[in-house]
Design a binder for this molecule. Structure first.
Ligand SMILES: [Cu+2]
Length: 302
């Protein structure tokens, strides 16, 4: 009878945890319906990751969910074990403590099981690392240079035109624009294109970070690093320099606008005229020492 009761209790607990897992899964999998043109930006009281704007972020979200469920399972297991020990081995119920100090089976289990859990996490983790490392078949290349304190983008495959990107000041915001995230010149890319991103730093280390596209890469003076991004739906994806880079670190928001190919081609034709180099020379994308104008800009904004 006791065994039957214990079994029933175990079944009840099993159902309880299954229900809990189902609720948790529902919470995590309930992503906002993706509108035709999405906005990848932080939201007040936002929980979890930003919705995915492209394939890399989808894979990041998937790994995040896997690790989340493993953490939940381990936390519940430890909590139940702890509660059981407190109850079962209290001084009242267990006046004579066990003197057992070694249990081979148990020690093998608590070594092997965590190793297996780490292997389960490591496999998708390494796959993701190498997936986001570099574009295998890049459709175009953009050079991103972090500067104190603004971004400079060069469209290497489209005539090498380059432009700076500054945040829109609060007084100049248009309806729908987000303060501290919207910029004067957005980084425009075509929807569905694998965009190789080469990053470098002009003065100090910055970091090119766009959460909704799952891209983050340091921009380091004297080095060129590679990563890539792809927007699978049109929209504006916001990010920021996420490397503390000086007094005006906040001055480095990023706005990536993904548009259909035809719209992108039209934008490129216009941008080539607007951002043409005055002397026809290629934009400087290699590292350079801190220039006088950077220092003046820094001084002016202080
Ligand atoms: Cu920065």
């Amino acid at each position: 009878m006791k065994v039957l009761k214990a079994k029933c209790r175990a079944l009840g607990m099993g159902r309880f945890f299954a229900g809990l897992a189902a609720v948790a899964m529902g919470l995590v999998l309930t992503v906002p319906a993706l509108a035709e043109s999405m906005v990848g930006a932080p939201a007040p009281w936002g929980m979890g990751l930003q919705p995915s704007g492209g394939v890399i972020k989808e894979r990041i979200a998937s790994l995040n969910s896997l690790v989340f469920f493993i953490i939940v399972a381990i936390t519940i297991f430890v909590l139940v074990l702890l509660a059981y020990c407190v109850w079962r081995f209290s001084a009242d119920r267990n006046p004579v403590p066990s003197t057992t100090s070694h249990h081979t089976g148990l020690e093998i289990a608590w070594t092997v099981i965590p190793v297996l859990i780490l292997v389960i996490i490591a496999i998708p983790s390494f796959r993701l690392l190498y997936f986001q490392d570099r574009a295998v078949d890049a459709d175009m290349t953009i050079s991103v240079q972090g500067r104190q304190w603004y971004w400079n983008y060069t469209y290497v495959d489209h005539g090498n035109f380059a432009f700076d990107s500054y945040p829109v000041q609060e007084a100049d915001l248009k309806p729908g624009q987000i303060f501290k995230l919207d910029v004067d010149n957005q980084l425009v890319i075509p929807v569905g294109a694998n965009v190789r991103v080469l990053t470098t730093g002009h003065d100090v280390i910055h970091s090119f970070f766009v959460p909704a596209l799952g891209v983050q890469k340091y921009t380091i003076p004297g080095r060129t690093l590679e990563t890539w991004m792809r927007a699978d739906r049109p929209g504006v994806f916001y990010g920021q320099c996420n490397q503390i880079c000086g007094t005006n670190h906040w001055f480095m928001p990023i706005a990536v606008r993904a548009v259909p190919r035809a719209e992108f081609d039209a934008w490129v034709a216009d941008a080539q005229k607007r951002f043409a180099q005055a002397d026809g020379s290629a934009p400087v994308i290699a590292a350079a020492p801190v220039s006088q104008d950077s220092l003046q800009i820094a001084e002016a904004r202080r």
